[in-house]
Design a protein around this ligand. Structure first.
Ligand SMILES: Cc1cc2nc3c(=O)[nH]c(=O)nc-3n(C[C@H](O)[C@H](O)[C@H](O)COP(=O)(O)O)c2cc1C
Length: 363
């Protein structure tokens, strides 16, 4: 039987509450590895022939025009607290002209009464909104049920997330990932909206990229290593539950994954329509570096949750504003009038990132 049917509904809500609390309050970043954006240097243009006011950071992503190539990445839904987070961050996204990702809609599927906690269109009528479901849940759902999840929240696209590392560490997590590629192929072929295949903090390799492309996937979110460690989050939950074996597994794999910058650099040449750089994106300069490596946009999750917790909607708004300002500064300083120019700008790749690219290109 599919896990969505087996699992008591209340445990999904409790897990969502744990995730928000742990992500807002505890140290769950990668410990010893980074995104490797520090190994990308954009080249300073001291003679940029530009007026800052005319720098254009806008883009079209998944059919929606954004003022900047940025998404408040998937986090939550399913509880009253989660609904509030969704509405507050979606409103900020609408005001700032950036995209917004809903958290996993599994709770909405098993408990339709939780649907209002995912409804953000009242506060974000025009901006890009992404639905979200795990591939293991998608496998057990009909295309009609998935279509209802998307339609029920007015999403422009559906993220299908992959999270095997986190599930292995999660007490009671999914263990059967067989059939994931077939599921994705079905969903891509049958859903009427674009499908974004998304990791959750361990990154996508070029081999995975090719397998996805071969079944028709056109949009990826690499959600790479270097930001929030979801293995770490689950290790913390396991420790609270007194599950020593899962805690120990989580400690060993805390830093597992492909750094975000490496994932973007390796996947960008493969011909996807969009590659979104999420995972440890810490500044607008990181966004600029991601675009220079070939990303279409960047996503940020936990830092925006923390900004919301610390300063309310105004805090989240100024966190988004800071990212956009930094991106625009990087564009001016590289002489890039728009994102197309930034993509073409020269960059120097050093250190470990150049090793990842060299050793995994073509593999
Ligand atoms: C509280 C929280 C909940 C999350 N829940 C989901 C989810 O339901 N679905 C999903 O695809 N990703 C989820 N993520 C993962 C993020 O979308 C993102 O891929 C990951 O956290 C890396 O980005 P970051 O380093 O900016 O946090 C969640 C992240 C956070 C912080």
């Amino acid at each position: 039987m599919a896990k969505t049917e087996e699992q008591p509904v209340s445990s999904i809500g409790q897990r969502k509450a744990d995730h928000l609390a742990i992500c807002a309050n505890e140290e769950v970043g990668f410990r010893h590895i980074s995104t490797l954006f520090e190994d990308v240097r954009l080249v300073h243009d001291a003679l940029a022939d530009l007026d800052e006011r005319t720098v254009d950071a806008s883009c079209t992503l998944l059919g929606k025009k954004l003022r900047a190539p940025l998404i408040i990445a998937a986090m939550t839904g399913g509880t009253d607290e989660a609904g509030e987070v969704n509405r507050e961050l979606a409103r900020v996204a609408e005001e700032m002209g950036v995209g917004f990702g809903l958290g996993s809609q599994r709770a909405m599927h098993v408990r339709p009464s939780s649907a209002p906690t995912y409804r953000v269109r009242e506060v974000a009528p025009t901006t890009l909104v992404l639905g979200n479901v795990g591939v293991v849940q998608a496998k057990s759902m009909s295309t009609e049920e998935l279509r209802a999840l998307v339609g029920g929240v007015g999403a422009d696209a559906l993220c299908v997330h992959l999270n095997p590392a986190m599930e292995l560490v999660q007490p009671g997590g999914d263990r059967d990932f067989s059939g994931s590629l077939d599921t994705i192929a079905r969903v891509v072929a049958e859903l009427p909206v674009p499908v974004v295949v998304k990791e959750t903090g361990c990154g996508l390799s070029p081999d995975v990229g090719r397998r996805l492309r071969n079944v028709g996937v056109q949009h990826l979110d690499v959600s790479g290593a270097g930001g929030t460690s979801w293995v770490g989050v689950e290790a913390k939950r396991a420790a609270i539950a007194g599950d020593d074996a899962s805690t120990s597994l989580g400690e060993t794999f805390w830093d597992w994954g492909i750094p975000t910058a490496a994932s973007v650099a390796l996947l960008a040449p493969l011909g996807f329509r969009s590659v979104i750089a999420t995972g440890g994106v810490a500044s607008g300069l990181d966004v600029a570096k991601a675009v220079a490596l070939g990303a279409s946009a960047a996503g940020i999750a936990r830092p925006f949750l923390k900004a919301l917790r610390a300063g309310g909607p105004a805090g989240a708004r100024s966190a988004v504003d800071a990212i956009v300002r930094e991106l625009r500064a990087a564009m001016l300083l590289t002489g890039s009038q728009n994102l197309r120019a930034l993509t073409r700008s020269r960059r120097v790749v050093t250190g470990a990132l150049s090793e990842w690219i060299e050793q995994l290109s073509g593999h």
